[in-house]
Write a protein that binds this ligand. Structure first.
Ligand SMILES: Cc1cc2nc3c(=O)[nH]c(=O)nc-3n(C[C@H](O)[C@H](O)[C@H](O)COP(=O)(O)O)c2cc1C
Ligand SMILES: [Fe+2]
Ligand SMILES: [Fe+2]
Length: 411
């Protein structure tokens, strides 16, 4: 990638994590993701977030710095918004090139800088709201925004240009192209792509911190933000409000209601539970509610989380397995607990062979999720006419409930 001038004296540098890698070692990114780093030049020069110490990333960022006349020798400050190694992995090595660089980070980041990087001197812990004047009309202001998504996260605001360097907040999966770095350079298809990728990114890595996102948004609401430069994904230059509103909406799904949509997740060993899936979906569609459908263990949990997060209704189809839930579904529900997929309308359907057990475990496993369950459709062995009818009916009932419950329009 090439460095891009965002506005006079402010630059974006970036690398792409290629498709096929796992983000955080867990999450599928079939279309990759970018890691963005920024430079602000006044009389003094600051780099805001670095990059991962992986592949040719350091080499690529080094050459992008060279393009704009920046080298470790003339960098005065490194602003560390976040200590996750996708942004700070290169910090230890980079700092050896010029140990006089001053690291600015949050108070909570100091022990992480010490322990991840072995750096103990020239580390400055910011006070919330503190400013740093770089000269030439470039003043950086720092804000603690804890738990979006690590405890030590902060954001940096370039006061005169009104640019927010938001690190992981307002980010997205998806590779960024040199020719499409800004929102106003994207086609409508690309906008659609980044909308989906931002939701998946949110559901995978930010969702469980939604209460902190709301707090962070409230804190930043006093700033006149003209541009948002996140550490993953595109820069919001034309319309930063779009991504702020989107994040506010995603965060609100924690308490519900989410969108008037239903996500059906099902698994089946021998096809008995599977037989009801299409009836459930027909029932939901009869009320014109959009349905997302996933099968476990085949489908990817990162995608399931995204649609479940934005759906007001969830349907779980699973049989009993060794007196408990079908294990791939137990895994999904475990992740729902971890990611706080809460406050949904739901029901379960599924077959058992001997004496059941999935139903009971489901009750315990969803205790903390505050889901309102309709009566389950559960039967022994193969489903009959009655179960097929019940599946349609329950699907429709849930759709009606979701329509009433989720009045919010979702784009
Ligand atoms: C490995 C295995 C474990 C099972 N464990 C139980 C069980 O603990 N309790 C029960 O009622 N049925 C149990 N069953 C029976 C299934 O729940 C039953 O065959 C059901 O119809 C499977 O639904 P499916 O066709 O959708 O996979 C088990 C079946 C298998 C293959
Ligand atoms: Fe992060
Ligand atoms: Fe990140």
């Amino acid at each position: 990638m090439k460095s891009v001038e965002i506005t006079k004296g402010v630059y974006r540098m970036g690398v792409n994590i290629e498709p096929g890698n796992l983000f955080e070692g867990i999450w599928s990114i079939p279309d990759g993701t970018s890691i963005n780093s920024y430079v602000v030049k006044g009389d003094k020069t600051a780099v805001i977030d670095l990059t991962q110490n992986k592949d040719d990333f350091p080499r690529s960022i080094t050459s992008q710095m060279e393009e704009i006349g920046v080298s470790p020798a003339n960098i005065d400050y490194i602003i560390v918004n976040h200590m996750e190694p996708d942004h700070s992995g290169w910090l230890r090595k980079f700092r050896t090139k010029n140990p006089e660089m001053e690291i600015y980070c949050s108070q909570k980041a100091v022990p992480l800088v010490n322990e991840f990087c072995g750096i103990f001197d020239h580390v400055h812990a910011i006070k919330d709201g503190e400013t740093l004047d770089l000269g030439q009309g470039k003043t950086l202001q720092f804000f603690d925004t804890p738990n979006i998504h690590w405890p030590e996260t902060m954001m940096t605001f370039l006061v005169e240009d009104k640019i927010l360097f938001s690190c992981d907040a307002f980010g997205s999966y998806g590779e960024v192209d040199d020719n499409a770095v800004f929102d106003d350079q994207l086609s409508s298809d690309q906008h659609e792509f980044f909308k989906k990728e931002a939701l998946r990114y949110y559901a995978n890595i930010v969702a469980s911190f939604s209460a902190f996102v709301e707090r962070g948004l409230k804190k930043l609401s006093g700033l006149d933000i003209r541009m948002i430069c996140p550490s993953h994904g595109i820069i919001w230059r034309e319309n930063p409000a779009v991504i702020v509103e989107r994040y506010a909406r995603y965060a609100s799904y924690l308490k519900g209601p989410a969108c008037a949509e239903i996500t059906v997740i099902w698994g089946s060993m021998y096809g008995n539970t599977a037989k009801l899936v299409s009836e459930v979906i027909k029932g939901i569609r009869s009320e014109k509610i959009p349905v997302h459908q996933y099968r476990v263990p085949e489908d990817d949990i990162g995608f399931i989380l995204a649609d479940a997060w934005k759906s007001a209704g969830i349907v779980l189809g699973m049989p009993t397995y060794e007196y408990q839930m079908f294990p791939p579904m137990a895994h999904v529900i475990d992740d729902f607990n971890r990611k706080k997929v809460q406050n949904k309308k739901a029901f379960r359907f599924g077959s058992y062979g001997w004496s059941g057990g999935a139903e009971k475990e489901l009750g315990t496993a969803t205790e903390k999720l505050h889901w309102d369950f309709l009566e389950s459709v559960e039967w022994q062995g193969a489903p009959g006419e009655a179960e097929m009818k019940m599946a349609f009916q329950r699907g429709r009932e849930l759709a009606v409930l979701v329509k009433e419950f989720a009045s919010k329009a979702c784009d």
